[in-house]
Design a protein around this ligand. Structure first.
Ligand code: GRF
Length: 205
């Protein structure tokens, strides 16, 4: 039996959060789990290059090519099974997984969201839009949240949060970058370690 939780990271884009996880693994901050697979739902995702550079196997699953969401989730479940994945990390994965899928992995899928949930979250709140809405509302503090994934978008149990102060002169772009640098890239690796540790204890891995 493996000593570490086997982790699959799901991505769609640039992959800076994936990079933070890889770095944490190299530095031993993430030591109770190991990233053994990176899955992208976008063929051009730069995250795939980051994975390859780190020597992590990659898989691209395209919903359109596979024939829809159900087929995509079936292929994903098969890949998770085949790779004996214990924990799935959504790191900038811009597709909502169905309740059918998430209910098969209770407390085994986590997601990072760039706001303090329950503010500025749910369907449609992704990327710059989250920060645009935070600025529009005029909040003085925002941040990032790592949570378990269930059938409600951004609605699962909260694992960890980190606050970031909003500046007078922030634009959505400057705020997004600061939330990533000060919150997301620290919070996600720390939460990945915490959950991996729990899983290894629970499973006697
Ligand atoms: C991050 O802001 C993450 O919180 C959100 O999507 C963005 C992904 O960035 N879910 P990256 O691909 O990790 O660089």
């Amino acid at each position: 039996m493996a000593e570490k939780a086997r982790i699959a990271v799901l991505v769609s884009g640039g992959g800076t959060n994936l990079q933070a996880l890889i770095k944490a693994q190299t530095r031993g901050v993430l030591h109770s789990g190991e990233i053994v697979l990176v899955v992208s739902n976008q063929a051009q995702a730069y995250a795939l290059e980051r994975a390859k550079k780190a020597g992590i196997p990659t898989l691209t699953l395209l919903r359109k090519e596979l024939g829809g969401q159900a087929a995509f989730e079936k292929a994903l479940a098969e890949a998770l099974e085949k790779n004996q994945i214990d924990l799935v990390i959504l790191a900038g994965f811009l597709s909502i997984l169905s309740g059918d899928f998430t209910s098969r992995y209770p407390k085994r899928i986590i997601n990072i969201h760039p706001s303090l949930i329950p503010a500025f979250c749910g369907a449609g709140y992704y990327g710059l839009r989250v920060h645009e809405e935070a600025l529009k509302y005029g909040v003085k503090v925002t941040g990032a949240t790592v949570h378990y994934v269930n059938e409600v978008p951004d609605g699962g149990e909260i694992i960890a949060q980190k606050a970031v102060t909003v500046r007078e002169d922030d634009t959505p772009e400057t705020l997004q970058k600061r939330v990533m640098r000060l919150a997301e890239w620290k919070l996600l690796p720390a939460a990945a370690e915490m959950v991996s540790q729990k899983l290894t204890e629970r499973n006697g891995l």
